[in-house]
Design a protein around this ligand. Structure first.
Ligand code: PEP
Ligand code: MG
Length: 883
């Protein structure tokens, strides 16, 4: 039987073997292949790590023999031998996963140094004793910590003692004799910690070090990092065993890191740091302050110029910005690592655009270089990347951006202080439509309850206001106006910072950086538009949001939620009157009050969209969002009774309570919503259709542009519902047009947001000109998870424990709910081949979901205005990836 190949020599690999050799191993091999100076090495594959993980941490058969053989070949190529007294080989052992995980796993340097070899190491380094002992003490420390699990403070304390005894501050002030004594001390301490089991055989040390790197794949920080980046733990890490080169051989040696472009700005300029007479970790550990790379030219000119040329060569070869590590040993340059550099969103956009102008990459490649989600950072304020504070709590990233403000506990207070120019964070148990005036002027909103697609989050996202929802464990005392987070109480005068892109909350004011929409950003959008097949529309319900959407590239409005227009405090009474009306007469009066308001809103949207299509959705009010809370109303009546309020007042409030009780539903989300309300009260869709026509005609007249109106019926589950509603709408529209003697381009379609609608889409399509998938409700009803409650609760655990890959309200559940979308499209088109289909749930702005919608053949996605640029880019990438 052929044995699995677990070990690759440096010259056996290349960039294509990244899954097996890890990013570092594959890049080392590739650098070697194209003639960049790299110290000789071999790589133990990710497969070896995976097989070890799957084999109860035992190495698979043949691995040890293959490592031994790899070592023997390395010894032959370098002419040095591990443990040899005459010509000792020293190696580094470094992790290298397929996706880079900077600093997450462990490294061991200088392996091969020992009591036997240290003298020769010094001799070969031109008699530099200090250098040899410095290597040795570092090795004992690293090996002790990483491989043997000895607490770092054991060594740190001894090092501090040695410096104190000598009266010096810096490690570099310790001479050869000091370091020799320190090494002995380190070994004694290690041996003591291990009960006398300190390993001294270098070959055994090598095996144990490789195993320790395997294990570090599963250490907690690596787990956390993987989770945050969506990297699977099944990938495993490779291990690179590489001949040491020494940056700490004196002043003609150095070590450093550099980028081929500035990773914060994307500017093509010299960017890097170095230290002379130092080893790798000194640059990052912060013990000595690294120096600007530019200063290296004066001291090590030849190596410096070779480094510049190498940077260019590597960038040209990899066609991407490189992040590199190098070491100079006695004036000779070696590259230890190169990888595509991590960069800010601004730098990602700038480098992609610049590289197209430089002829390095094509426009299509540029589009594939930019992560659509990263554009969020360019559209909103963000926390300054230099800030290092840790979060006091992490909730749901309900609306992106960053916000700093003093706390406010009621919408009225937030509105008042916000209008007066104060920066406030509105803290609420959950938000209701009543809070809208406070939400609008707040910098950000923090809630203890609610989910990613609850209406509070949807509203905040639409307005571009930062929101962290469902922050677990926070306690709000609205009477005392305090919130307790992690045992600490914050009151009205206190300041918090929210990161709505991650869900993190910080104590105090962190520095923010403003959004940056420059010509590069515009350029990327234009390239994306030229490529994408999916249309991109926005969800918006007023002039300002619609204008913003157009400015950000929306090609129409895919969803104007008419109930959102009712949320303003001055409108709510009329809406309540309409809902609570006891007879058609009362309802007609309330509707007459609402019609002009609706008409004005519609005119705003039609004007902003300048002839682009606008989908107006008829009323879909989860009733409880518009009614007084039943508990509050009961308490109010009780209080009025106890305080002896006048009979008039009491009667009115009792009446309201009776009405609220009458309409109370145990599951309002599954209750009289959407077209169900319209089925009961046809005067509502009738009024809305008339308001739409009046608005469209007024705007056509005023602006001289034709208005493209699409009237959409919500929450249809049964074809008959749509048939009835369509008739009501068409009748009202035609009557209005006839009365005005005008014509209008309009269509009538439906939302598909109930599984039954998707499954019977062939019947529904008979009455529909278009479908728009409401994936918020389709997820809620398809998986059976409340969109308002679940996310901070069990669903959070499901995501955390990987029961489900992603929050299905954030990114569509492709296998389940996605199937409903696919079925809906297929069945709908089986009735009407040209049926236009789109999506207007929050998934319309999520890059992974957009890729899925592209694949199932939707015509367009619709998302909140600030996500339009993300959707344009994601749609273009989907076309490039899937055709
Ligand atoms: C949906 O359900 O996906 C949708 C867009 O409607 P709403 O969020 O208003 O219920
Ligand atoms: Mg819905």
């Amino acid at each position: 039987m052929n044995q699995t190949k677990y070990v690759y020599d440096l010259n056996e690999g290349d960039a294509s073997l990244k899954p097996l050799l890890g990013g570092k191993g594959a890049n080392l091999a590739e650098m070697n292949r194209i003639g960049v100076p790299v110290p000789d090495a071999f790589t133990v594959t990710t497969q070896a790590c995976v097989d070890t993980m799957n084999n109860n941490s035992e190495w698979p058969e043949g691995l040890r023999e293959q490592v031994e053989a790899g070592l023997a070949r390395l010894e032959e190529r370098t002419g040095k031998t591990l443990g040899s007294v005459e010509n000792p080989l020293l190696v580094s052992i470094r992790s290298g996963a397929v996706f880079s995980m900077p600093g997450m796993m462990d490294t061991i340097l200088n392996l091969g140094i020992s009591d036997e070899t240290v003298g020769q190491v010094a001799k070969l380094a031109d008699g530099n004793e200090r250098f040899a002992w410095d290597c040795y003490r570092r090795f004992v420390q690293m090996y002790g910590e990483v491989v043997e699990g000895i607490e770092p403070h054991v060594f740190e304390d001894a090092l501090t003692e040695a410096k104190e005894a000598k009266g010096v501050d810096n490690d570099t002030d310790l001479d050869a004799e000091d370091l020799k004594a320190l090494t002995q001390k380190f070994k004694d301490l290690a041996n003591e910690a291990l009960g006398g089991h300190w390993t001294t055989d270098p070959k055994e040390q090598l095996m144990r070090a490789i195993n320790a790197v395997f294990k570090s794949w599963l250490n907690p920080r690596a787990e956390v990092y993987r989770k945050s980046q969506g990297i699977s733990r099944n990938l495993g890490t490779a291990v690179n065993v590489q001949q040491m080169v020494f940056g700490n051989r004196g002043e003609t040696s150095a070590t450093g890191v550099c980028f081929s472009r500035n990773p914060s700005t994307g500017e093509k300029e010299l960017y890097g740091e170095f230290l002379t007479n130092a080893q790798g970790e000194d640059v990052v550990a912060g013990i000595r302050t690294p120096r600007d790379l530019a200063e290296m030219e004066a001291e090590l000119p030849e190596a410096f110029h070779e480094l510049l040329a190498t940077m260019d060569k590597l960038e040209l070869h990899n066609k991407d910005m490189q992040d590199m590590e190098f070491t100079i040993e006695d004036r000779k340059l070696y590259m230890l690592q190169t990888r595509n550099g991590k960069r800010t969103a601004a730098a990602a956009v700038k480098t992609a655009v610049d590289m197209v102008s430089e002829g390095l990459i094509t426009k299509e490649e540029a589009l594939l270089r930019i992560n659509p989600s990263d554009l969020d950072a360019l559209l909103h304020d963000a926390i300054d990347p230099h800030e290092t504070a840790t979060a006091i709590v992490k909730g749901l990233p309900a609306s992106p951006g960053a916000a700093v403000g003093t706390l406010s506990f009621t919408a009225d207070d937030a509105a008042e202080r916000g209008k007066a120019g104060e920066k406030v964070i509105l803290v609420r148990y959950e938000t209701t439509p009543d809070d809208i005036h406070g939400v609008m002027v707040a910098q950000g909103v923090l809630t203890a309850h609610g989910g990613m697609t609850s209406h509070a989050a949807v509203v905040a996202r639409g307005m571009g206001i930062t929101c962290v929802a469902g922050a677990p464990g926070i306690k709000i005392d609205p009477k005392a106006e305090t919130v307790t987070i992690g045992g600490q109480e914050y009151g009205k005068g206190d300041t918090l910072t929210l990161n709505g892109s991650t869900g993190e909350v910080f104590s105090g004011a962190l520095a923010l950086v403003p959004p940056k929409l420059d010509e590069n950003f515009q350029q990327v959008g234009e390239w994306a538009d030229a490529v994408r097949r999916l249309g991109v529309r926005a969800n918006a319900e007023n002039f300002e949001d619609a204008s913003k959407a157009r400015e950000l590239g929306a090609e129409g409005i895919g969803l104007a939620r008419t109930e959102h227009m009712f949320m303003a405090a001055d409108r709510l009474p009329a809406v309540r009157k309409m809902i609570l009306a006891e007879n058609e007469e009362q309802r007609a009066a309330a509707l007459a009050e609402i019609l002009p308001m609706q008409q004005a809103d519609f005119e705003g949207i039609f004007t902003a969209m300048k002839g682009l299509p606008v989908t107006v959705r008829l009323l879909d009010p989860p009733l409880h969002e518009f009614l007084p809370n039943i508990v509050d109303q009961s308490v109010l009546v009780k209080e009025l009774e106890l305080t002896g309020a006048s009979e008039d007042v009491l009667a009115k409030e009792r009446e309201t309570l009776a009405q609220v009780k009458r309409l109370h539903e145990q599951n309002p989300m599954l209750g009289t919503r959407g077209c169900r309300l319209a089925m009961l009260y046809p005067s509502i869709p009738d009024m809305q259709a008339r308001a739409i026509v009046k608005a469209a005609l007024a705007v056509q007249e005023r602006e001289g542009e034709t208005v493209g109106v699409e009237i959409m019926i919500p929450l249809v589950a049964i074809a008959k519902e749509l048939e009835v509603q369509r008739d009501i709408v068409v009748k009202a529209v035609e009557e209005e047009l006839a009365a005005a003697g005008k014509s209008l381009d309009y269509t009538v379609g439906t939302m598909i947001e109930i599984p039954r609608a998707a499954l019977t889409a062939n019947e529904i399509a008979e009455h529909a000109d278009f479908f728009s998938f409401g994936t918020n409700d389709l997820t809620q009803t398809g998986i059976g998870i409340s969109r308002d409650d679940a996310e901070a609760g069990f669903l959070g655990h499901y995501v955390e424990d990987e029961v489900i890959a992603k929050n299905p309200f954030e990114s569509i559940d492709q296998e389940g709910v996605g199937q409903l979308v696919q079925i809906g499209v297929e069945k709908g088109r089986s009735t009407k081949a040209e049926l236009k289909t789109g999506v207007c749930g929050e998934h319309g702005g999520d890059p992974d979901s957009i890729e899925f919608f592209h694949k199932v053949g939707l015509n367009y996605v619709s998302c909140s205005p600030f996500r339009v640029p993300i959707a344009r880019l994601a749609a273009a990438r989907a076309t490039l990836q899937h055709g």
